[in-house]
Design a binder for this molecule. Structure first.
Ligand code: 5GP
Length: 131
């Protein structure tokens, strides 16, 4: 069965899109640790990061770097943190999280945003993205 992220890629589940290439997609996490929490995924559905073929792995890191640079410009923060977990969704995803405190990367505190806030945030990050 297709993962929830494959359904997002296919458009059958909506997302707040930040950036897209032929092989990768970035969109806002629906339950963010901090404002701007973004997920970068390969369109190829693979469960675990280190099972990716080397080209997709490197491509995902390069794509995530470009998204992180856009995120850092769009959201005031001390720096962008990166984490790969995958215990909930078995489709590789890189968490990019604007950090101000250690708590922001601990997946315990969550922030609530309205649909309008999600949309405006995605558009602001997208404006800063340089492919
Ligand atoms: P992990 O698999 O790394 O433990 O966590 C999965 C992440 O995906 C969580 O931060 C969760 O909020 C996010 N997530 C789960 N389902 C959806 C979804 O349908 N849309 C979006 N945008 N994010 C999701």
């Amino acid at each position: 069965m297709a993962s929830i992220f494959t359904k997002i890629i296919q458009g059958s589940i909506p997302c707040y899109k930040v950036a897209e290439t032929d092989d990768f997609l970035a969109f806002l996490d629906i339950n963010p640790n901090a404002k701007g929490h973004t997920l970068c995924i390969p369109k190829k559905e693979v469960d675990k990061l280190f099972d990716l073929d080397p080209e997709t792995y490197t491509g995902l890191m390069e794509f995530s770097r470009k998204v992180a640079l856009a995120l850092e410009k769009a959201v005031p923060c001390k720096r962008i943190g990166m984490s790969v977990i995958g215990l909930e969704v078995p489709h590789v995803h890189v968490h990019l999280i604007p950090l101000n405190h250690m708590e922001d990367i601990r997946f315990v505190q969550k922030v609530a945003l309205t649909p309008e806030e999600f949309q405006a945030l995605a558009e602001t990050i997208a404006k800063h993205y340089r492919g």
